[in-house]
Design a protein around this ligand. Structure first.
Ligand code: SF4
Length: 650
């Protein structure tokens, strides 16, 4: 297998405590078993993290993985996948972002970077092909993310790619992001893990190439996929005209801390697509992407430019807090990017604080002068800044959603609509035939829409190309209206594939983007053809599905080690509804679906642990050896530190 013009690709192990870097070749067997990106990262986390840990301690592992097709001409394969044990949830935390870092890693000869230990002083790592240097970062500490990229490019050249953190990561904000060339990978607080390791950034330049085993076939297939996206009218309209605001046309943002979900016709003035478009001054895109979905917006009040205003930031920072001032919402999103914080957890935690204050559960004394009036844009802008620096009440918000509720007290936890520590609101089980709530419960990184949920009900794709969707259903894609559990497992496989290949799942969450060539060939056949041409190893569709299930079950096993039990697959309803007959019935149906899901995934229905026979069939029986018969203390979120012990904490 040759995937680089200079020979095999490598894993680069970086030990910050000892300032040592060691390379290890990636074997063909690893690619066959775990594909790359998210798959590689999850494997390493399972192997290297034994038992429950403090995610902010030096024993945590930070894994950066490019996807199998990074640096090639297959469109939208720019994602850098970041995985760790999350300081926000205390279980697997991962996510990805575009930019050029993933391709640069491939060109430098690396498919994965594993970071362990803790530097004694702030450092950054400079990589140029084989050369790896540990450099002083005292002068970079405190810098916001945009300036960090500019300064490191001044130092090393405009062609380098940079990943790192802003002030929120340094201050161990539990939902700090990893920035990749000014884009952001949430990865559930991975930025705080960088901060805990005293690592500010990695800058990289690679000068090699990529050489598929069967160049002609691989580039023929990649070209076909690219042409599809270039020719599709629907895709052009969505990406070029509407971009990342697409969700506002069809999805339902939460209003006033999920007291309602707004239909597209109910969006308040200020948060409609045309209001956001008024601030747009251009478009930008990630490496190897023909779509350019990311808007560039200008903020007249501050004179700054921002990028990628999305459905998520508009609902979390805007409607869920009753803030409808367009520029204020965009400004807060830009601030979150510059400080390096996840907008969803930031906005939802502030909205949770508002509802707790309104109900008298959170006292004025704790707020210490901070206003929590619904719709107070100026007050929220200041609270965003205070959170990044852990100032005053911002120090509590910086703990993030469920952890914040825990600090407030038991009564507050009833309003924490999380699964395994991650926030995504609450939904009736009857909604979309149960797929929404089930997907939140089964996601291996906690409640989430990008782990399978949005792919399980595929409405977006029906609008796009009914003929192709018909072919997919004929090829065996389960219909969520008939088989919601089967549809969810299929959706989880699609997302696992995209994250492992390094493919963008996109701003409209569709099968055609996540799964290469699915518009032409049955489900995973196109992927198998691409993998065969790229690696020179024969991949069947069965091999692809087995790899995806192997990755998912390995992730479940990571969480078993962090104390996840079956009870943590639960569903949350607002406390005033939870005890009604209607919601008891819905809860019962949810648990029936969880049982069916576990059965079909090959897990024990009593414990939710992956079964030995399933793991052995997938060729990873050693995973069963590590979890079977062992007692892991039950999960209750990550260990929280005394507030005054954080950097900057008051
Ligand atoms: S669709 Fe958007 S987010 Fe995805 S690779 Fe293209 S520009 Fe980047």
């Amino acid at each position: 297998m040759s995937i680089s013009t200079s020979g095999e690709s490598h894993v680069l192990f970086i030990d910050l405590s000892r300032e040592k870097a060691v390379k290890q070749p990636v074997t063909p067997e690893e690619v066959k078993l775990y594909l790359g990106g998210r798959g590689f990262n999850s494997r390493k986390l399972f192997e290297m993290v034994n038992g429950k840990i403090d995610p902010l301690g030096p024993e945590n592992v930070l894994a950066l993985g490019n996807g199998t097709f990074a640096g090639t001409a297959l469109p939208m394969t720019s994602r850098l996948h970041v995985s760790t044990i999350s300081p926000l949830s205390g279980i697997l935390g991962d996510g990805n972002a575009g930019g050029e870092f993933a391709a640069m890693m491939r060109y430098a000869g690396y498919d994965q970077i594993i970071i362990i230990g803790r530097a004694s002083r702030p450092k950054y790592v400079w990589i140029e092909d084989e050369r790896v240097e540990f450099r002083d970062a005292e002068g970079l500490w405190g810098m916001k993310t945009g300036e960090l990229v500019d300064v490191l490019r001044d130092e090393h050249g405009d062609d380098v790619s940079v990943t790192g953190i802003g002030p929120a990561g340094e201050n161990l904000v539990r939902f700090a992001t990893t920035m990749v060339d000014k884009y952001h990978a949430g990865a559930r607080g991975s930025g705080a893990v960088w901060g805990s390791k005293n690592l500010k950034a990695i800058a990289i330049r690679g000068t090699k190439g990529v050489e598929p085993a069967d160049l002609e076939t691989f580039y023929g297939l990649a070209k076909e996929d690219l042409e599809y996206f270039k020719k599709s009218e629907f895709v052009r309209k969505i990406y070029s005209v509407i971009g990342t605001h697409y969700g506002l046309l069809s999805w339902h943002p939460g209003w006033r801390y999920f007291s309602r979900y707004l239909g597209p016709d109910e969006l308040p003035k200020g948060l409609r697509p045309e209001d956001l478009a008024a601030y747009e001054v251009g478009r930008t895109q990630c490496y190897s992407c023909p779509l350019a979905c990311k808007d560039v917006y200008y903020l007249p009040k501050t004179g700054e430019y921002g990028t990628s205003s999305e459905f998520e930031s508009i609902y979390a920072l805007g409607s869920n807090n009753c803030i409808t001032d367009t520029e204020a919402v965009l400004q807060m999103e830009h601030m979150a990017d510059e400080y390096g914080m996840d907008v969803i957890t930031l906005g939802d935690t502030i909205a949770l604080a508002r509802v707790l204050h309104e109900r008298g559960i959170l006292s004025d004394e704790v707020l210490n002068g901070v206003s929590l009036e619904w719709g107070d844009a100026e007050g929220q802008i200041e609270l965003v800044r205070m959170t990044a620096y852990r100032e005053g009440f911002g120090n509590m918000i910086a703990e993030g959603y469920r952890n914040f509720a825990k600090l407030v007290g038991r009564e507050a936890l009833a309003y924490s609509y999380d699964v395994k520590g991650l926030n995504r609101g609450w939904y009736e089980v009857d909604f979309l035939n149960g797929v929404f709530t089930l997907a939140h419960a089964t996601s291996t990184r906690g409640a989430d829409h990008l782990r399978g949920r949005s792919w399980a009900y595929w409405e977006n794709d029906v609008n796009m190309d009914p003929e192709a969707v018909r072919r997919m259903l004929e090829a065996g894609l389960p219909d969520y209206r008939v088989d919601p559990v089967g549809a969810l497992i299929a959706g989880e496989r699609a997302c696992t594939l995209a994250d492992s290949l390094g493919r963008c799942k996109g701003s409209i969450n569709m099968w055609f983007q996540a799964v290469p060539l699915v518009w032409k060939y049955p489900i995973f056949k196109g992927t198998a053809m691409l993998l065969t041409a790229f690696t020179g190893m024969k991949f069947s569709e069965r091999d692809v599905v087995d790899a995806l299930d192997r990755i998912y079950l390995t992730e479940m096993a990571i969480n078993v080690k962090q104390g996840i039990k079956k009870k943590h697959y639960d569903v949350k309803f607002p406390p005033e509804l939870a005890k009604t007959e209607k919601f008891r019935r819905q809860e019962k149906r949810h648990w029936e679906m969880v049982d069916e899901y576990l059965e079909r995934r090959g897990c024990d229905v009593e414990t939710a642990y992956p079964k030995r026979e399933t793991l052995e069939r997938l060729g990873i029986g050693h995973v069963a050896d590590e979890i079977k018969g062992k007692e892991f203390p039950e999960w209750d979120g990550p260990p929280l530190w005394p507030l005054e012990s954080y950097p900057g904490g008051e």
